[in-house]
Every structure is written in C-alpha cells, then in structure tokens.
Design a protein around this ligand. Sequence first.
Ligand SMILES: Cc1cn([C@H]2C[C@H](O)[C@@H](COP(=O)(O)OP(=O)(O)O[C@H]3O[C@H](C)C(=O)[C@H](O)[C@H]3O)O2)c(=O)[nH]c1=O
Length: 193
Amino acid sequence: MAKFMVHPTNLQDVKLLTPTVHGDQRGFFSESYTARDFKEVGIRQDFVQDNHSYSRQAGVLRGLHFQTGEAAQTKLIRVVTGVVYDVLVDLRQGSPTYLKTEGYLLTGHNQRQLLVPRGFAHGFVTLTDEVHFLYKCDNYYCKQAEGGISWQTPELAGIWPLAVDQALLSPKDTQLPTLAEFRQNNPFVYGKI
Ligand SMILES: Cc1cn([C@H]2C[C@H](O)[C@@H](COP(=O)(O)OP(=O)(O)O[C@H]3O[C@H](C)C(=O)[C@H](O)[C@H]3O)O2)c(=O)[nH]c1=O
C-alpha cells in the first residue's frame, strides 16, 4: 500500500503529502512520521527539534519567519486540529522559483504535511479557532539568527484568504520589514539564506 499521496507544488523542493490514514468506527490511526518512508519521498533530513504552537482563535497570523545562515531550518509541518492557510516565499538566490510564493490549506482533517526547505520565509494564518500546529525542524532554534518579512509585503498581495482582514500578530511580527526592506538591510545575509 502506498504510504503517501504526494501532491504537486509550484515551489522547487517544497513537498506536500498525505500519509495513509487507517480509519475505523473508533476514529483513525496514522503513522504521522517514519524516517524510512519519508526518505523514500525525498525527505531525508534528520530532524532535531519538534515544535507545537497553539492558536486559540481564527485570524492569528504567525510569520513570515526564517532563520538565516548556518541556523537555517527545514520544517516538516502538520496541523492536528483546525485549519490554517500556510504561505511560503522562496528566498534562495539561484532557485528556479526564487521570490515565488504559494499558499497551502493544511487541516486536521486533510492531514496534509508540508515540507518547507531551508531558505524559505514561512508564515500561516488560522482560519478556525483552536489550532494545534506541529512541526519538525532539522536545526535548533537560534534567536540571533531570526529573520522575517511582513505578511503585508507587496509580493504577498492577494495570496491571503479574503477572511484575513483582522489578523492578530505578535508585537514582533507587526514590526517586520517588507521583502525589499529586508533585502536592502541584509544584502549578504539575504544571499546566504
Ligand atoms: C520559534 C521558537 C520560539 N521560541 C520562543 C520564543 C518566544 O519566547 C516564544 C514565541 O516565539 P514566536 O513568537 O517567534 O513564535 P511564532 O510566531 O509561532 O514563530 C514561529 O512561527 C513561524 C510560522 C515559523 O515558521 C517559525 O518556526 C517560528 O518563527 O517561543 C522557542 O523557545 N523556540 C523556538 O523554536
């Protein structure tokens, strides 16, 4: 039995997949991660940190964030409860999808998992209350290497669901620069992402 359904994406190296879910009258069982099977679909990272964020209401918007330089992180994301719209920007100079963006609907029901490679800005907005958002990282948190761009950067105009008009952000995220401002202030860091 195929272990995954693999879905196409328009961003180089970004993977979107649905693991097999074994449903029965009690509910379901799913192997949400196995190194062996994920390697077979090209997800070969050794993950070293699991993260869990909880957002209590719809309209919570986190990001867009990334860690720079040697601290860059690959993230393997899934939503356990609730619905999010997850947005990526390819910041990897030289990538065929450099500066391209795409959004993905991840929900506790569709069980979809999203692999975000190093060098992408990542953010999401919750579309329901009570969202539990879990993700694996292949590098540790490094506050000093944190970077970010504003969810309202012009390159993301039109990508967010229309319902997102009253986003709830952390104070930090309200201060994030646009993509152009970030590139201007971090010419080298930007290139090395
Ligand atoms: C990311 C992180 C944060 N923290 C601490 C730092 C703060 O005291 C607190 C909340 O951090 P922050 O407001 O940055 O959390 P999010 O806004 O959910 O950040 C995440 O949101 C976007 C969507 C991402 O892709 C990143 O993984 C991450 O930046 O947790 C840690 O202790 N370890 C960590 O790995």
